[in-house]
Design a protein around this ligand. Structure first.
Ligand code: MLT
Length: 317
């Protein structure tokens, strides 16, 4: 019997698939400490996680039977991939399954931060009627700079163009001619910074991209730029962005992700001017959670059964 541990909350559609599998069983145990997880890890052939569980080298070492870690979602920055590879453990994610949700959250935040939606709501809820205070800006006619032109970047670009935006993007792994086919100019990172009225990040955290939006990068941007981050908090030097917001150089920011989550009480962005905050909701739609749950369960079962390994992010020799 295949034994699977689910250590973060997973959509019910995925649990139902496991209930129906005759050769598999699972335990869903969320909110366990690292020590508690390590203590039970030896029982399991597969581990399914979201972003809450740190699948670090210690946890993977405790998984003496572990064959696969399935990430219900895209980001694998909470998994020690070299440690998994060393132990012959497949690491897989579910690309595509929550991309639409993330692109829609990006558009939601761009619009809401431009039209002061939350502040206007709070003002009316406080029985005020301040129409002039909340005059906003339009996306139409503006330049959107996209850093990371993969699946989500493409979906954001399609939607932004429907709003009348011009899109420039930077991605070292994409060819300029492919971007041109979808009306996007692929340019150097500094050119994205220089041209963007709105800047949105859709890239993974790597040593090269960590804190890529720092004081120096911000100084290359237009004064009055609006920055949106639904990718990963570690892409931004939060103190530098807070300074730029407080000085007014960056007009506004919409932030869904933080260096540590939940953000520490002294996270400088929490008290910075003109920030719209959401608690890592990019992939939080009913549809995306159903998609990631069923996709990760199907992939993990197929991998352990030896039928097929899909969307592995490490290479086992
Ligand atoms: C992802 O990487 O798929 C998203 O950030 C959502 C999540 O962390 O669950």
């Amino acid at each position: 019997m295949i034994n699977i541990l689910i250590s973060d909350k997973l959509g019910t559609a995925g649990l139902e698939m496991l209930d129906q599998a005759e050769d598999a069983r699972y335990d869903m145990k969320t909110g366990l400490s690292k020590e508690e997880l390590i203590a039970i890890m030896p029982e399991y052939d597969g581990l399914i996680i979201r972003s809450g569980t740190q699948a670090d080298a210690d946890l993977l070492a405790a998984g003496t039977k572990l064959k696969v870690v399935g990430r219900a979602g895209i980001g694998v920055d909470n998994i020690d991939i070299p440690a998994a590879t060393e132990r012959n453990i497949v690491v897989m994610n579910t690309p595509g399954s929550n991309s639409v949700a993330t692109a829609e959250q990006t558009m939601t935040l761009m619009l809401a931060v431009s039209r002061h939606t939350v502040a206007a709501h709070n003002s009316l809820a406080a029985k005020e009627w301040n129409r002039s205070q909340f005059a906003g800006g339009e996306l139409h006619g503006k330049v959107l700079g996209i850093v990371g032109f993969g699946r989500i970047g493409h979906l954001v670009s399609e939607r932004a163009q429907a709003f009348g935006m011009t899109v420039v993007a930077h991605d070292p792994f994409v060819k300029a001619e492919d971007a041109a086919k979808v009306n996007v100019s692929l340019v150097d990172l500094d050119d994205v910074f220089a041209q963007a009225d709105y800047l949105t990040l859709h890239t993974a955290v790597t040593p090269e991209t960590t804190k890529m939006i720092d004081g120096e990068a911000i100084r290359k941007m237009k004064e009055g730029v609006i920055i949106v981050n639904v990718a990963r908090g570690k892409l931004i030097d939060e103190a530098a962005l807070a300074d730029a917001l407080n000085s007014g150089y960056v007009k506004a920011a919409a932030i869904d992700v933080y260096t540590s989550e939940p953000p520490a009480d002294d996270n400088p962005l929490l008290n910075a001017s003109n920030v719209l905050h959401t608690p890592h909701l990019g992939a939080s739609t009913v549809e995306a959670q159903r998609n990631v749950a069923t996709q990760v369960v199907s992939q993990v079962l197929d991998c352990i059964r030896g039928t097929e390994t899909r969307n592995a992010v490490n290479n086992l020799s």
